[in-house]
Design a protein around this ligand. Structure first.
Ligand code: PEP
Ligand code: MG
Length: 600
């Protein structure tokens, strides 16, 4: 099967079964043509006429998009019109015509290729996303200038077809006839490209980024593509088609069930209320977290304010951002984690020498405490934002209790200074520690007694407990937060917090995965902070399980020999309450060795 299976990125979910129609839509061959000096101005006028014509076309596409995809999606075409009318670009083309006497289409092609290369080489993902928009506009302008009508690519498609292309422009995508085009496959394109956004809104399954698709998929071949998994299977057997369709049915069933519990609290069948918060790494994630009814932000990562910038963010800029997040979650806490900059990703303003062992080096709270001028600015911003909501402060990678003491002292000093300066700010904020090192886990009783709250970062806790670099692909199968050693530390933390009467949550990736969330609640964690897209799955899972069963499973897990044994027993326990096949039609749940063959 492997030679029949092509892989890409699923950008619009759903299964498409049909014959492949390969469209070779690309920049036309533009002959090198120069014009006599006397005709130069005429060429410039031809260029302007082509731009006017293309503008009318884009306006028509905008109306189409409004009807088919929605008002927001229609703005994609406003952006294209801006691109089309870009003064600098058009002046560049006109200059090429005037100075080199090039025919308008050749000059336009030159300029387009120049910009294309620049965008492709920029390393800027936003510009990469817009490459198809650029080509979409250019192809039509050039075709107009060459007196070629733009073909209606979709006209000949009369039976269920999967369109295969090198690249799809938004203009082509918005015109797709959903009855006949049942799926899209393209070599280029990203999850956030405009064609992907439109395919998603119109409801056509799509897989982009399939390298070599045009050469490998013969026109007329039967294809089954899966826009969730990001796969394209050539010449599928009837069994494979049936399997794909069953998978899709499961997904739809699950989606309906997730929708049903959207506004329901995460309560176990025996009445234990679990608080579900969101992890927000970038401002874009505020909305999905709210849409999925996050009860606040359990981990507001702040590194993006620094990485990729040449200057440090100002106090005002930070205060505004933290307050904005707080206002987005009224009545719920927002936990601002102070800069977690690693030895391997120290941005320019820190100017630190490189280290032999960065993961064991100058990281996180160590950096903040050594650079108080930077830390104080962040703390002041948090205190100011706390005037607008329930804002907490959390310090990463704690290994020693004095890191908490020094942070508290610094918070108190800055609160007093703000008061003296007459700047509106809270007089204090809850200060919590992340438990992400074995040292902190072992000292959890002390830390729980002295901090206002604990939050476990299982990503780093796993890395430092198992001595496995979390980013090392070679060791990926050793990176397992289900290892009994990690579970025992988690258990110590939850015990310590309970004894001290302090809240403890888990904000590592583990909490975003249903099987592990079940384990965590069994270990006694009643607050989980998860990636926004995972919120519905965790809510749905929690509502079907009993805390008593989760506790029994966690107890067994603590006594297990290996991570595989832990996963096996968790799968078996969770399968008593939850339809795992519904939850996991794509085989994404971590599987223990035996569980996979037990088919639960
Ligand atoms: C963690 O380590 O689990 C955590 C949440 O922090 P980060 O992933 O940002 O290091
Ligand atoms: Mg961490």
């Amino acid at each position: 099967m492997s030679d029949r299976l092509l892989k890409g990125i699923g950008v619009s979910p759903g299964i498409g079964v049909g014959t492949a129609v390969v469209v070779r839509w690309s920049m036309p061959e533009v002959p090198h043509r120069v014009v006599p000096r006397a005709r130069v101005e005429k060429e410039v006028r031809r260029l302007r006429a082509a731009i006017r014509d293309q503008k009318r076309y884009l306006e028509a596409m905008r109306e189409k998009a409004k009807d088919r995809a929605g008002v927001d999606e229609a703005r994609i075409f406003d952006a294209q019109i801006m691109m089309l009318e870009d003064k600098e670009f058009l002046t560049g083309v006109a200059d090429l015509i005037r100075e080199n006497h090039l025919a308008a289409e050749k000059a336009y092609e030159f300029k387009t290729l120049e910009v294309r290369d620049l965008w492709a080489a920029s390393g800027n993902p936003r510009l990469k996303d817009r490459l198809a928009d650029l080509s979409g506009v250019a192809v039509r302008v050039i075709e107009h200038l060459m007196h070629r009508g733009s073909d209606d690519l979709w006209e000949g498609i009369t039976q269920p077809s999967v369109v295969v292309a090198k690249e799809l422009s938004p203009g082509l995508t918005v015109q797709l006839d959903r009855e006949h085009v049942v799926g899209l496959v393209s070599e280029e394109g990203t999850r956030t490209s405009h064609a992907a956004i439109l395919a998603h809104s119109i409801g056509i399954p799509a897989v982009f980024g399939v390298a070599g698709a045009i050469d490998q998929i013969e026109p007329g071949t039967m294809v089954v593509m899966d826009g969730k998994r990001g796969t394209v299977l050539l010449q599928p057997t009837p069994h494979e088609i049936a399997e794909a369709q069953a998978r899709e049915l499961s997904r739809r069933e699950l989606d309906a069930q997730l929708e049903e519990v959207l506004d329901q609290p995460a309560v176990t069948t025996d009445g234990l209320r679990i608080v579900l918060r969101g992890n927000v790494d970038l401002p874009d994630e505020i909305k999905p977290a709210r849409d999925h009814r996050a009860e606040g932000v359990g981990l507001l990562r702040t590194e993006f304010l620094i990485t990729g910038h040449t200057d440090l963010p100002s106090e005002n800029e930070q205060a505004e951002y933290y307050a904005r997040v707080a206002r987005a979650f009224p009545g719920h806490p927002v936990v601002v984690r102070t800069y977690d900059l690693g030895g391997d990703k120290l941005p320019a303003p820190f100017r630190a020498p490189s280290e032999v062992n960065p993961q064991l080096g100058w990281r996180a709270i160590r950096v903040c405490l050594d650079r108080p001028e930077i830390f104080r600015t962040q703390v002041r911003a948090v205190l100011r934002a706390a005037k607008h909501g329930d804002v907490w402060l959390m310090i990463p990678l704690v290994t020693r209790i004095d890191e908490l003491d020094r942070t508290r002292a610094l918070v108190a000093e800055e609160a007093a200074r703000l008061a003296r300066e007459g700047i509106p700010a809270a007089t204090s904020v809850p200060v919590g520690v992340m438990i992400e090192t074995p040292a902190a886990a072992v000292m959890a009783d002390r830390l729980a007694a002295e901090a206002d709250f604990l939050s476990v970062g299982t990503n780093d806790l796993t890395q430092y407990t198992l001595v496995v670099d979390r980013g090392n692909a070679r060791l990926a199968d050793r990176f397992t937060p289900h290892d009994p050693s990690v579970l025992r530390l988690l258990n110590m933390v939850s015990d310590a917090a309970r004894r001290a009467g302090k809240p403890a949550s888990v904000c590592g990736e583990m909490a975003s995965e249903p099987l592990s969330a079940f384990l965590l609640l069994g270990l006694g964690f009643e607050t989980l902070s998860v990636a926004p897209p995972a919120l519905p799955y965790i809510r749905w899972t929690v509502r079907q399980v009993s805390a008593a069963r989760a506790r029994a499973a966690a107890e067994q897990a603590l006594g297990a020999r290996t991570a595989e044994d832990v996963l096996d027993l968790l799968r078996l326990a969770l399968a008593e309450a939850v339809d795992l096949r519904l939850l996991d039609p794509d085989g994404r749940l971590p599987a223990g060795r035996r569980a996979a063959s037990l088919n639960v």
